[in-house]
Design a protein around this ligand. Structure first.
Ligand code: SAM
Length: 270
């Protein structure tokens, strides 16, 4: 239940340093020098095992991205995977014997012991067919994405929001548990900036119709054409279809995938 969930009372209370130590001081939470404008921009709500984030992290190396996941052990799995990928990346950098100076010392600096472990972790990276990257820009947080987003993110902070294969909650009396609803859309619109994009995908037709309808009816969102200028060269679309664990499962079972993306429109002028 939410009783055990910790969340900041407002975004300024959040210490991002525990999640992104390259960019924030993990003790004070302050931005590190040279990274003053860096903030989380992509949020994957109900990220599950994190397949989307792992795929996007090397594609958008300068963008901080966050998975929100409510299940404890799943969040822990994603956390461990990120740590492993970072260590493997550090090991790669050191083995390159590149004379270039390393980035300033941070709490992610690897020890010899870490590096032994990283040898095994490197196999994990290879096995996962992931692109090389630092993975310093990817993080995960145990949180209820339906409740506390404005506690974590300021108005217009995010440029992308992902809702990939969310739980369907079939029964009508459970519809309020759905991750897309008129009330929640107001919150998503608040944290998403004008020009930002919401991506939804599911293998459950009824849920798709519901999500697509509610987003389509909302005055701050506009349905995007998959071949239109915003999406035709957007690598996120392909990742949304194929990168997540649930998406792969649907593929194995030869199920259908229903996709939509919506543009966050500018706020109406007062
Ligand atoms: N997006 C992932 C994928 O495509 O593989 C996971 C899909 S899984 C069917 C739905 C995930 O959403 C589960 O991991 C579940 O624990 C998580 N979840 C459900 N409600 C949530 C909430 N309110 N906040 C955060 N995560 C939630």
């Amino acid at each position: 239940s939410d009783h055990s969930l910790e969340y900041p009372t407002q975004p300024s209370e959040m210490n991002w340093g525990t999640i992104y130590p390259t960019y924030f001081d993990s003790t004070t939470g302050a931005h590190r020098a040279g990274h003053e404008t860096k903030n989380v921009e992509f949020a994957d709500v109900g990220c599950g095992f994190g397949g989307l984030l792992m795929q996007l992290a090397p594609l958008f190396p300068d963008t901080l991205m966050l998975g929100l996941e409510i299940r404890v052990h799943v969040t822990q799995y994603v956390h461990d995977k990120i740590v492993a990928l970072r260590l493997a990346a550090q090991r790669g950098r050191i083995e390159d014997s590149d004379p270039q100076p390393q980035p300033e010392a941070s709490s992610t600096e690897a020890t010899d012991e870490d590096l032994d472990e990283a040898t095994q972790n490197a196999q994990l990276v290879e096995a996962a067919h992931l692109a090389p990257g630092s993975y310093d820009n990817v993080g995960v947080l145990r949180a209820n994405g339906m409740k506390f987003l404005p506690n974590f993110f300021t108005k217009h902070q995010l440029s992308k929001l992902f809702f990939l294969f969310p739980d369907p909650h079939f029964k009508s009396r459970k519809h309020k548990a759905r991750i897309i609803s008129p009330t929640l859309l107001a919150e998503y619109a608040y944290v998403l900036r004008p020009g930002g994009i919401v991506y939804i995908i599911t293998d459950v037709r009824e849920l798709y119709d519901w999500m697509d309808k509610h987003l389509g009816q909302h005055p701050l969102f506009k349905r995007l054409d998959k071949d239109g200028p915003e999406l035709k060269d957007d690598p996120c679309v392909e990742a949304v279809y194929t990168a997540t664990e649930e998406g792969k499962k649907v593929e194995r079972n030869r199920g259908d995938k229903w996709f939509s993306a919506f543009l966050r429109l500018p706020d109406p002028t007062q």
